[in-house]
Design a protein around this ligand. Sequence first.
Ligand code: ZN
Length: 201
Amino acid sequence: MHELVMACHDCDLVQRIGEVPEGGAAQCVRCGATLLKHKRNSLDRTLAWSLAGVVLFVVANTFPFLGFKAGSQIQETTLITGVETLYGQGMWTLSILVFLTTILLPLMQLSALIYLHLPLKLNRIPYKMALVLRYLQAVRPWCMVEVFMLGILVSAVKLAKMATLVPGVALYTFMALIFVIAASLSSLDPHLIWEEWEKKR
Ligand SMILES: [Zn+2]
C-alpha cells in the first residue's frame, strides 16, 4: 500500500494520505483544501503534447518566420536569423534574451519532458530523474515569457527594416508551440512521477 504523509499547504495539519485514484484528489480533513490531485492519464498526455511540441519546434525553426515586402521583393527571416539581425544591430542583450526564451528554453523544456516521460512509459527510471524534474519546476515561471519576447522581436525587426511585414508559417507554428508546451506542463504530475519511480525501483 502506497502511503504518504503530508502537511496541508493552508492550515499545516500533518496527515496520512492513502492511494489517490486517477482523476481523484485528496482533501485536508481539517480545512478541506486540496492536498494533492492526480491528473488523468498524465503520463500519456504529457508525452503526447511533448512529442507534438517537438514537431512544432522543428517547423518553427526551419520555416520562414517573417517576410518583408519592399516593392516586389520579399525577404524572409527565420527565428534564428531574426535573432542574428538583432545581434548585428547591436542589440545583443535583447538578442540573447530572445534566443534563450524562444529557442533554447522551449527546446530544453521539451527535452526534459520527454526525457522524464518516455522511459517511465517504457517501464524504466530516467537517470537523474529528481534533477531533471527539479529543473523543469525551476524554469516553469519562464513559460509564456516567449510571447512577450516574440512581440519585441517582431517590433524591433520591423523598426529596423521599415517594410511591410508578412507573417510566415513559423510564426503561427510558434504560437501553437507555446500553447502545446503549456499544455504539456499542465498535464505533468510530479506526484505521479514519484509513484511510478517507487513502483519501478
Ligand atoms: Zn488544511
